[in-house]
Design a protein around this ligand. Structure first.
Ligand code: ZN
Length: 645
């Protein structure tokens, strides 16, 4: 009864506009108020007032509890050429302006500079309010990357083309989110569709009488039949139109591989994820099409479907409370796993229930990322992954693995050999590059050229484009100094096969990072054929080697392997080089880190659910959470319905 009363007192959606009009003074010169997806956009033809009176907006946000953005009215935006000219006059030369990108949908201009710290908000020569007043576009300062990411360029071009259509869609999405609630019942259920009792095809639906949210939409790359490969959406009695939103935790295929197909089959609604997750998942989804084609399989979606995702995605920064339906608010928080990876916090009803989905999580700091966030104001139900859920799943500490890595590399380089590191392009490669740069600069690692080949440079460009998502120290280096490790002089990217001569030249020690990580295809194979017979060199694995892969056979001590050579001929490669594997660079928490994460949240928890692990791992983690922390914990299977509240 009491709850109902409170709800009635809340400003209904139609009152929001009235409240805004009352709270914003005339000097702000509002021209229009519009929904922009989950945000409310205030348009003004005199942006200076709102830019200089931050408190006006933050007070308003406190009253209406909605996200607000300031936009400049279209009528005051100067043409792009003219704006560009004005900007170049204002930007000091030392800032090294590299380019400007206009976003007509939001009226924002991204100014890309090599030294962005000289262009901060209140910089003397580059005051944002002054410049905005001159050009009529809102300013966003970005760090210009060493190389441009093609994926990000494609996203920008696609969004520009579809700006008008996108603005209309965002208004419609806003209408849906801010519509009055139809039901005052508070019930929350979770339907498991994939990734429970297994690793792969992570997916589930969070459901209330008011809304249905699909969380993650992965594939199981190893599965043979469609019934095992894709989320079991068929087991729910709903259509794609019934979904209010899709929320994506991070870019890996086992969390996003089915999303293009969902759009192909007609899902038209919003997709929420962090800003870097969009290019990361595009890159990974497009690569999966190539891999399928190379293996003679039919891809389940096309490039067009991947582009469609770009149009439907609404990116959210970490830590911002966002309404995604009439009764659900979402906060994304750093998960420490890969770039942009997020824990998803769902605040349901008027705080009736708080559900946190960990996604893949690293509760330990690395050079690339801070440890996963845990400081949620409220959590009743936690759903946590269990990739390393067994007690013996303990990894060496970062210090231990880094010093083993330094030794492994130094020994080979000192002997005049080459170190070949087969590596997944996304995440692990950047982490290893940062480790190498750090220890070569500090003098602990022998200096040598480092060559990269495969998708690595594109993935690195995406990492460098979002420094605000990287660990504090790294972010500070990129955004505030000239010592940017991504721009390190040690690194050379090999663009074409004919440039491999340099890394393969005899008697010149070097490090080679090439994809794929398990020696299953990719440029790494050519390097492997050359390096394996050489006693002085070494193949160094830094990621898990699945049974049945060439990587695993090499690791298990094979002395000779047959490989497919040019024109389909079988080549026999003799392995004389050293072979070594290092654990501890994983983007997943080990058993101890999973347990300490739960312990951090413990005072608030009422229930823990466990997913994303082989059955025995999920079972063990759930059992130990019950035993040690006295919290009810269990590990659902696929196609279960769980009542959360
Ligand atoms: Zn993952």
């Amino acid at each position: 009864m009491q709850r109902k009363l409170q709800e009635k007192e809340l400003p209904a959606s139609q009152n929001i506009m009235a409240t805004i009009l009352q709270s914003i003074p005339k000097e702000a010169c509002l021209t229009k108020i519009e929904y922009e997806g989950p945000r409310i956009a205030l348009y003004t033809n005199s942006p200076r007032y709102l830019l200089e009176h931050n408190d006006t907006i933050s007070n308003l946000v406190n009253i209406i509890k909605k996200r607000i953005v300031i936009r400049t009215d279209e009528s005051i935006r100067k043409p792009e050429d003219e704006s560009r000219r004005i900007i170049s006059e204002y930007v000091p030369e030392e800032a090294k302006l590299q380019g400007t990108v206009f976003d007509t949908a939001t009226g924002e201009i991204s100014i890309e500079a090599k030294r962005p710290w000289l262009l901060q908000r209140n910089a003397k020569e580059f005051n944002h309010a002054d410049v905005t007043e001159k050009i009529g576009w809102k300013i966003r300062i970005r760090k210009a990357t060493t190389i441009q990411s093609r994926t990000i360029q494609t996203i920008k071009a696609t969004l520009k083309q579809s700006a008008t259509e996108r603005s209309r869609q965002l208004r419609e999405i806003g209408d849906e989110i801010f519509r009055p609630r139809l039901s005052q019942r508070s019930e929350v259920s979770l339907f498991t569709l994939g990734g429970f009792g297994q690793v792969g095809r992570s997916s589930m639906v969070l459901s209330t009488p008011e809304s249905k949210i699909l969380i993650d939409c992965g594939v199981n790359p190893g599965a043979k039949s469609p019934m095992d490969a894709y989320p079991r959406l068929d087991s729910l009695n709903i259509t794609l139109d019934d979904l209010d939103a899709v929320v994506i935790g991070h870019a890996h295929l086992d969390h996003t591989g089915f999303l293009p197909t969902l759009c192909k089959y007609g899902y038209k609604g919003p997709i929420y994820c962090t800003e870097p997750t969009l290019p990361m998942m595009n890159l990974i989804q497009l690569d999966a099409i190539k891999v399928a084609a190379a293996q003679g399989r039919n891809p389940i979606y096309s490039e067009r479907d991947v582009k469609q995702i770009m149009r439907q995605t609404i990116t959210l920064p970490y830590g911002t409370v966002t309404d995604i339906s009439p009764d659900i608010k979402l906060v994304l928080a750093n998960a420490g796993h890969i770039l942009g990876s997020a824990l998803c916090h769902f605040h349901i009803g008027n705080g009736d229930h708080n559900f946190v989905y960990s996604g893949d999580i690293k509760f330990g700091k690395s050079i690339l990322f801070e440890a996963a966030s845990w400081n949620f104001p409220r959590v009743e139900t936690l759903l946590i992954e269990s990739t390393y859920g067994l007690k013996e799943d303990i990894q060496p500490t970062r210090q231990e693995v880094e010093s083993s890595f330094i030794n492994a590399v130094n020994n080979t380089l000192a002997d005049g050999g080459k170190v070949l590191i087969p590596i997944p392009a996304v995440g692990r490669a950047q982490e290893i590059m940062m480790v190498i740069d750090h220890y070569m600069k500090s003098g602990e690692m022998v200096e040598a050229p480092v060559f990269t080949e495969g998708m690595i440079s594109e993935a690195s460009a995406i990492h460098e484009s979002y420094p605000e998502y990287l660990a504090r120290e790294l972010k500070q280096k990129i955004l505030q100094t000239d010592d940017n490790p991504f721009d390190s002089e040690y690194f050379t990217n090999i663009e074409h096969a004919d440039a491999r001569e340099e890394p393969l030249r005899e008697d010149s020690p070097c490090i080679i990072l090439a994809t794929s990580g398990m020696l299953e295809g990719g440029p790494v194979l050519e390097y492997f054929k050359n390096i394996a017979p050489d006693k002085k060199s070494k193949v160094l694995f830094v990621s898990y080697q699945v049974n049945g892969t060439l990587g695993r056979r090499v690791l298990d001590g094979s002395k000779q392997v047959s490989m497919l050579g040019k024109e389909g001929k079988v080549e026999v490669v003799t392995i004389n080089c050293g072979v070594e594997k290092l654990d501890g660079f994983s983007g997943h928490s080990d058993y101890n880190q999973l347990m300490s994460f739960v312990q951090r949240l413990r005072p608030k928890l009422r229930r823990v659910l466990v997913n994303h692990g082989e059955r025995k791992k999920s079972e063990n983690l759930a059992m130990n959470i019950r035993r040690m922390y006295r919290i009810p914990a269990h590990y659902p299977q696929i196609q279960e319905a769980i009542k959360l509240f």
